[in-house]
Design a protein around this ligand. Structure first.
Ligand SMILES: [Zn+2]
Length: 392
């Protein structure tokens, strides 16, 4: 089990609770006596905390275990029957609502259109969440993790700006908490993915990690020396809106030639449409979805492959900067593009290697694109309950 960092807002009791909950998660089923042995805490302290966890539906008692003599101990498990974590991943066209168990496993998810007006969107989302809670009265929802494609002000707990959505200074937390009665954790999507991978994913205990989320735009979540980098403004990591060419195509942020204009799902679709439009008799670019573009590339469509490898090259250009500047041990790419890693990966590596003399770290896709983003939403709630080696 990784050491748990104590942040200024945590008490010793929180830390002990995190340790016990973390041990139950890792070693379940486990007895109270074994928890006391492994944590070095007094049995009475362990009993008190486990009773609280049972009362809060995080933990449940199962079958009796083995004991050499005397009463057989009741074993403890995470309460996968009743405890749920909700995750909400907001993207420009579609928002995904995930339902996960306390182990962080996504059980199911559903999608809803993202209304362009934030007020309408929040009302629709609250209705969906309320309908879910009404339909499952036996479940206990322990938290809602909400991720956004933009900057979050953690002091004011508001979304500062999401250029791809055209939203500025929005309170997402208070209205959802009011409608559901469940605490909401709000975070930038790339930061949430970085927390998920370094705290609960396959890259646990990686202290220097950069996550690049590729979707309608680009986000980066940076973990350096075991800390999530927020910077003085709290908005560190908005590399997607650094301009590569001020005469380039217009970006949603109002500038021209931003990194994400060249290296995103939107960029791949634009490149494909331009190439296909030139070839088509009508001269009109065909409108296809990014999913369809990936399928075309898988079928060997030359224009689709070229569009994706162009995005790979541009991803590499930006990643060369990140790798040189931050020297992480690992860069993870999250997004639907990872489905075409056979095309994206080599173009990205080549694009990056050509632009830096620094050695490149391992650059890898973070599993299934959509799932990786949902793990990010769930990790925001898990972080609060289990603690984490990453200081965020
Ligand atoms: Zn921009």
């Amino acid at each position: 089990m990784p050491p748990i960092a104590i942040t200024s807002t945590e008490t010793v009791r929180d830390v002990n609770r995190h340790r016990i909950l973390g041990l139950i998660r890792a070693r379940q089923p486990i007895s109270r006596a074994e928890l006391a042995r492994q944590t070095g805490l007094q049995p009475s302290t362990v009993s008190l905390i486990t009773e609280q966890l049972i009362g809060q539906n995080w933990v449940t008692e199962g079958a009796a275990g083995q004991a050499s003599r005397g009463r057989k101990p009741r074993l403890l498990y995470l309460n996968v029957e009743r405890a749920r974590i909700l995750g909400v991943d907001i993207r420009p066209a579609l928002t995904t609502i995930a339902i996960a168990d306390p182990n962080g496993r996504v059980i199911t998810y559903e999608r809803m259109p993202t209304a362009p007006q934030p007020r309408v969107f929040v009302r629709n989302l609250c209705r969906r969440l309320q309908a879910f809670l009404r339909a499952h009265p036996r479940l206990v929802c322990e938290g809602i993790g909400v991720t956004v494609p933009g900057g979050v002000d953690h002091a004011r707990r508001r979304l500062v700006a999401a250029p791809n959505l055209g939203w500025r200074d929005i309170d997402l937390k208070a209205p959802i908490e009011l409608a559901t009665g469940i605490p909401v954790e709000l975070e930038n999507a790339a930061n949430a993915c970085a927390i998920a991978e370094a705290s609960f994913g396959t890259h646990r205990e990686t202290k220097d990690l950069v996550v690049v989320t590729v979707s309608e735009g680009i986000g980066t979540g940076i973990i350096s020396g075991g800390r999530l980098v927020r910077g003085a403004s709290g908005l560190a990591g908005e590399f997607g809106h650094v301009s590569f060419d001020e005469r380039g195509p217009l970006c949603s942020c109002g500038r021209r030639g931003c990194w994400e204009v060249y290296a995103s799902n939107t960029a791949a679709l634009r490149a494909y449409s331009e190439a296909a439009g030139r070839g088509a008799a009508t001269g009109h670019a065909p409108g296809i979805t990014f999913d369809q573009l990936l399928t075309l590339a898988e079928q060997g469509d030359g224009k689709a492959v070229a569009a994706l490898s162009g995005v790979g090259d541009y991803l590499g250009r930006g990643i060369a900067m990140l790798a040189t500047g931050l020297a992480p041990s690992l860069i993870l790419v999250v997004g639907e593009v990872t489905r075409a890693w056979g095309i994206i990966g080599p173009a990205l590596e080549k694009g990056a290697a050509a632009r830096t003399s620094s050695p490149l770290p391992r650059i890898a896709p973070a599993g299934d694109g959509a799932e990786a983003r949902l793990r990010g939403t769930v990790a925001l709630v898990l972080r609060k309950q289990f603690g984490t080696a990453i200081v965020a």
